[in-house]
Structures are given as C-alpha cells and as structure tokens.
Design a protein around this ligand. Structure first.
Ligand SMILES: [Zn+2]
Length: 192
C-alpha cells in the first residue's frame, strides 16, 4: 500500500498506513508518464539522502518533550511541542517555519489510516494522534516519523526547490536522516 502515485503540486501530500523505504532498483511505472520537468524533480529527489543539518541538543530535547506531550493526551500541548520542534528544524536549515495542526482520531479510507498531511499551498502540516480502529494514542516514534515525513515534503519545496515532492528512495532516506537527528543518540530510528 505504498503511495507511489504522482502528485500534482496542488494536492496535499499525505502519509497513510504504509511507511518505509521504497523498493530497490527500477523506477516506478508512473515516472515514465511524468513531464520532463517532473522527471527531473523525481531524479533529484532520489539522489539526495540527507540534509546539511547538525541537530545539536535542542532538537532531541524538543522531540522528547513532544513524545511526553503526546503520551500526556493533550492535543493542544502536543501541537505546541510539535510546533517548537518544527520551528527549530526549520531554523537549523534556514527556511521559514510552517503551522502544525494536531487532531484526534485518524480518518480512514480504502488506502488505510491517515497519519499526516502536508499541504503545499500556504504550507502547513496536519497530524493525528489516535488510531482509527482502537482510538489509542499513536506511538511517539510513529508520530515523530510521520512529522518528519511531512516535513520532508515541505523541505522538498521550501529548501530543495524541487517544485514537486515524490516518495523516492532518497525521500525516505531524508525522512530517516531527520528522525535520527532528533532521536537521542543510541536509539534506533527505524524501529517505528
Ligand atoms: Zn508522503
């Protein structure tokens, strides 16, 4: 259920149930239907594995505060903590921060549960804190990964100036890079 559709620039980027890296090797079929400009964006996205960022001590501390706020169950406190973390990461990368909205139970559709969305027009991110079926609070690691995922979409536009944002292997490497940067040293980023 990996989302490999091409996105138009006006559509929000969402993360549904299936996270994780892309498969090895071949380009997806839709790549060959993209306009040349979008193929260029896709290939550039695929080639960039990391950001020029050293998170220092502040970002991991803010990530820890976000995990605590999430587990505390307050959407307002979670939103404030998520905003603080995002603002710090944007500051480190020299891009303007963007609003973060935090909502309750995830919406569901045929493709799975919605974890988060990035809206590229008037950029903002929305995240959900509870699972659709059992209405349990999302695991902090999963929540942080979703936030980093949506942030990578934002950085594709605001920082890398790709003009479009695709789920390439490079995209998922950048997502993991950001997650590792905000986790306390020694913890494993890929254990969601
Ligand atoms: Zn996405």
């Amino acid at each position: 259920m990996k989302d490999r559709r091409s996105h138009r620039a006006t559509q929000p980027r969402s993360r549904t149930t299936a996270p994780g890296a892309g498969g090895a090797g071949a380009l997806p079929a839709f790549f060959y239907r993209l306009a040349p400009r979008d193929q260029k964006a896709y290939l550039r996205s695929d080639a960039i594995d990391a950001f020029n960022l050293v998170a220092g001590a502040t970002a991991p501390a803010l990530a820890e505060a976000l995990s605590a706020a999430l587990e505390g169950g307050s959407a307002a406190a979670t939103a404030r903590a998520a905003q603080d973390l995002v603002t710090e990461l944007c500051r480190l990368l020299g891009v303007r921060s963007l609003p973060i909205e935090v909502k309750g139970v995830r919406p569901r559709n045929a493709r799975g549960e919605l974890h988060g969305i990035f809206y590229p027009d008037a950029p903002r991110i929305a995240l959900w804190t509870r699972t659709a079926m059992r209405r349990e609070v999302v695991k902090p690691r999963t929540f942080l990964r979703t936030l980093m995922h949506e942030l990578v979409h934002y950085f594709d536009y605001a920082l890398l100036r790709l003009g479009n944002s695709y789920h390439t292997r490079g995209f998922f490497k950048r997502e993991s890079f950001l997650l590792r940067a905000i986790l306390p040293s020694g913890s494993e980023a890929d254990q969601a």
